[in-house]
Design a binder for this molecule. Structure first.
Ligand code: C2E
Ligand code: MG
Ligand code: MG
Length: 560
């Protein structure tokens, strides 16, 4: 039933006060008639009179019936009204409350925040709105199951509730998003910083959950409004306040998650830029602006070229030649990394078909792609469709994929290996893989992260870590590639440490398909006289540093 209908019904019930009026009139009539009938009846019983007038006596009896009827009707109606009021109150509460956590919901939060802004304006206080988002909650749900995900939301809500100052509001805005609103003294912003610290302390244990249950962290954006103004103004203020808190939260995520930021006006343009970047990436994928570059992979012992690693580049008409550190994380978040990667692989297969068939092609695969249960099938289909032998393909995955469902990653790797594709563990040492995981997953090769290789440059520096990784590889019977060989000194030291493959700027920077074609033509390592690819190299390379994307400098308000 609609609210207005309910109100009408209730109003009607209220107007049945008429029934009470009838009952009251009956009582008055009863008293009047009874005043004559009862004494006459008593006298008649005592043998002193002729008894009451029959008409009056009947009228009195009818009166009694009416009285009882009227009274009962009145009681029924008051009970009914009380029942309905209760039901309405319950419905109103349900409409305001998030059923899972018992917090306010998005709609009621907006209304209550407007009220709080009004109150704050009247008492010269400020209002802070903290937008709280759980980091990577989708992964928590995927790995732990939705029931565990719900349990975690309930626990987070309880812990947030415990941190709330008096009169503060807590809402679950939907999904994994919460919000807290509170008044504060504008001269003491640090009180809000303290509140946020308490929130991180209270929820920290959940973040540290380990084992089969993946924990989560929080990214928080805070915006403040210093005066509420009229109710109409405060409505505008609430919208702006929420929007600013959202932008600040987004900024905290961009800075690396598990931290908070106060809103700053510069963040608005940052967000606009991000949206433009997303739109350009989406367009660029369709327009074929993403192209493969290739880095040589060398047998260090013989100096012979053994293959190439394909590295994505974006030939953006607006930004120029752009590095993967700028667009890969965004493509991952946008959910288009699979399409981007497929497009690149198709181009790379076409390029590599013209090379000496002994040359391998390594491609980097994002952990996000490995979460797709059809990933192995998709790769095999691409190989068949584009006529590329699986034995020439190496897939490079990073340690972060092991934080996901190891059993699923293992079956995927096994599936790919059965078809002849080899799997390398990229950037080894830079991530979090345990020896246990390393043993559990059937890799074909370890690639030592270039940060360790850089350390062997000076003849006096310690080679202990690289030595340890090499002997680990030997123990697990995994061949090793050293990344980031930048000069001859590094090369000579590595050569003395074992039989390794290597790659790095010493052998040249990543090249376009056309440059690789020329290189292979000169060294007589083309498969046949295939058509020369026409990808060109852009003028300058755009890195994440140039765009201020994907870097970690903290704002004054963030947690490091
Ligand atoms: P990676 O797979 O470890 O690739 C090696 C990176 O090191 C490349 O950076 C390469 O240009 C750089 N590099 C090579 N030799 C040297 C050297 O001697 N010194 C230094 N300082 N750097 C060297 P790039 O091309 O910027 O790629 C960065 C990362 O982006 C790659 O790291 C890879 O993880 C990712 N990536 C590249 N292409 C793709 C792709 O198509 N898909 C996915 N998912 N990730 C990609
Ligand atoms: Mg790689
Ligand atoms: Mg690497």
């Amino acid at each position: 039933m609609a609210d207005s209908d309910k109100a009408k019904e209730l109003g009607k019930a209220d107007r049945d006060i008429v029934a009470l009026g009838i009952a009251t009139a009956s009582i008055i009539l009863f008293v009047t008639a009874g005043g004559q009938v009862v004494p006459d009846a008593v006298l008649a019983i005592m043998g002193k009179g002729v008894g009451p007038d029959k008409l009056l006596a009947n009228a009195m009896l009818l009166n009694i019936v009416l009285l009882v009827f009227g009274w009962r009707r009145y009681r029924e109606l008051t009970d009914e009204i009380a029942e309905r009021r209760k039901a309405e109150e319950c419905a109103r509460r349900l409409a305001e409350i998030d059923p899972l956590t018992g917090c306010l919901n998005r709609r009621s939060m907006a209304e209550r925040t407007a009220e709080l802004c009004d109150k704050a304006a009247a008492s010269n206080r400020a209002v802070a709105y903290a937008m709280i988002d759980l980091d990577d909650f989708k992964r928590v749900n995927d790995v732990n199951g939705h029931a565990a995900g719900d349990g975690m939301l309930v626990q987070i809500a309880q812990r947030l509730q415990q941190c709330l100052p008096e009169n503060a509001l807590l809402a679950r805005l939907g999904g994994d998003e919460f919000a807290i609103v509170t008044m504060f003294d504008p001269a003491h912003r640090e009180h809000i910083d303290d509140l946020i610290s308490r929130i991180y302390d209270a929820t920290g244990a959940l973040a540290a959950s380990s084992g089969p249950v993946i924990g989560t962290t929080l990214s928080i954006g805070v915006a403040a409004v210093e005066s509420g103004g009229s109710p109409q103004d405060s409505k505008i203020n609430v919208q702006t306040l929420m929007h600013h808190a959202d932008i600040a939260m987004y900024h905290a995520k961009k800075q690396g998650k598990d931290r908070y930021s106060w809103f700053e006006p510069s963040m608005v343009s940052e967000l606009r830029m991000r949206h433009e970047l997303e739109a350009s990436i989406r367009y660029g994928i369709a327009a074929g602006e993403f192209v493969p570059y290739y880095e040589q992979q060398i047998d260090l012992e013989t100096g012979e070229l053994v293959g190439f690693e394909m590295l994505a580049r974006w030939e953006s008409p607006k930004l120029g030649l752009t590095l993967p550190e700028v667009f890969i994380p965004i493509a991952e978040e946008m959910g288009v990394i699979g399409d981007l990667s497929e497009g690149l692989m198709i181009q790379a297969f076409a390029d590599a078909r013209n090379w000496d068939p002994a040359l391998t092609l390594a491609v980097n695969i994002s952990p996000i792609q490995l979460r797709d249960p059809w990933f192995a099938e998709k790769i095999l289909k691409l190989l068949v469709m584009h006529n590329f032998p699986p034995q020439r393909l190496e897939i490079e995955i990073t340690e972060s994929c092991m934080l996901d469902n190891v059993a699923m990653v293992r079956s995927m790797i096994e599936n790919l290996r059965t078809q002849g594709i080899r799997i390398s563990l990229d950037d080894f040492g830079a991530g979090y893989s345990t020896l246990e995981q390393l043993r559990a997953l059937p890799f074909d090769r370890l690639k030592i992260d270039r940060s360790f290789i850089a350390e062997v440059r000076s003849p006096h520096s310690s080679t202990k870590i690289v030595d340890a990784i090499i002997s680990l590889g030997n123990g697990l019977k995994l061949p090793i590639t050293a990344e980031g060989i930048e000069d001859e000194q590094i090369l000579e030291r590595l050569k003395s440490m074992g039989n390794l493959k290597g790659q790095g700027y010493y052998y040249g920077h990543p090249e376009t398909a056309a440059q690789v074609h020329e290189r292979l033509t000169n060294s007589g390592r083309l498969a046949s006289s295939g058509p020369s690819p026409d990808h060109g190299r852009g003028p300058g390379i755009v890195s994440a540093h140039d765009l201020g994307v994907g870097e970690q400098p903290m704002t004054a308000s963030g947690r490091a």
